[in-house]
Design a protein around this ligand. Structure first.
Ligand SMILES: Cc1cc2nc3c(=O)[nH]c(=O)nc-3n(C[C@H](O)[C@H](O)[C@H](O)COP(=O)(O)O)c2cc1C
Length: 219
């Protein structure tokens, strides 16, 4: 039996939002295939997530150096810890989000800011242990090699090929973040181009939903 955490970073309705349709289809199919698993749903727009700011940054630095925290710093760390612990305790994590302005919704960015914690999701690699200087992930060591991640995303344009691929900082951002944590198993369902090619939109969305269901079944 596993614990799966499903994260939704979109507060548009399912009728309007393709990534919410992917989320709902994934959830339904997952429940059917894994009736004994523990399923936790986290709707980021329903949370109160303060931005990463001086309180969290200074507080974490003080903890490292054993310095007394202010009440505000303690509070900022407690909030981040609550989400970090929930994430760490899940065997599998599913994240659904739209591409907005070439990147992820701000609320998801803030959530990921809470997860980036040395000693929990990654650790710094001592310089003498860096084997491949060309490996962008070599200066740190991910601590979550066994976690499974599924990314569910919708984007109106096409970014899966050049020359637009470099402009996409949503799925890439999330994938690189989990790569930084050492996650090896990352599945993606991306519906793309349904605004660029509206005559094919229905088919594209249908295909994405079917893919989400299949991945959920075997996740
Ligand atoms: C505020 C906003 C910004 C968007 N920015 C982009 C973008 O940068 N690139 C793109 O291809 N589509 C963009 N779109 C289109 C969305 O990616 C598209 O509507 C997608 O289906 C969003 O996911 P959703 O349907 O789950 O809400 C944007 C849409 C909105 C509302």
């Amino acid at each position: 039996m596993s614990t799966v955490l499903l994260i939704k970073a979109n507060n548009r309705s399912a009728e309007q939002a393709v990534s919410v349709q992917l989320y709902d289809s994934f959830l339904e199919s997952y429940k059917e295939a894994h009736p004994d698993d523990t399923i936790l749903e986290l709707d980021l727009f329903k949370q109160h997530l303060p931005y990463l700011d001086a309180n969290l940054a200074d507080g974490l630095t003080k903890v490292k150096h054993g310095v007394q925290l202010t009440a505000e710093e303690q509070k900022a760390i407690s909030i981040a810890d609550q989400y970090l612990d929930q994430f760490l305790n899940a065997d599998k994590v599913v994240i659904a989000f739209p591409l907005w302005n070439m990147t992820i919704p701000a609320v998801l960015h803030t959530y990921l800011d809470y997860l980036n914690r040395a000693g929990k999701t990654f650790r710094y690699t001592p310089p003498e242990d860096i084997k491949d200087k060309n490996d962008p992930f070599a200066s740190s060591t991910g601590l979550l090699p066994d976690k499974k991640i599924a990314i569910l995303n919708a984007r109106g344009g096409v970014y899966s090929q050049e020359p637009t691929a470099i402009l996409e900082m949503g799925v890439n951002y999330v994938k690189n973040t989990f790569g930084f944590y050492g996650v090896k198993h990352i599945e993606t369902v991306i519906v793309e181009g349904h605004h660029q090619f509206p005559e094919q939109a229905e088919e594209m969305i249908k295909e994405g939903i079917e893919k989400a269901k299949i991945i959920a079944k075997n996740f």
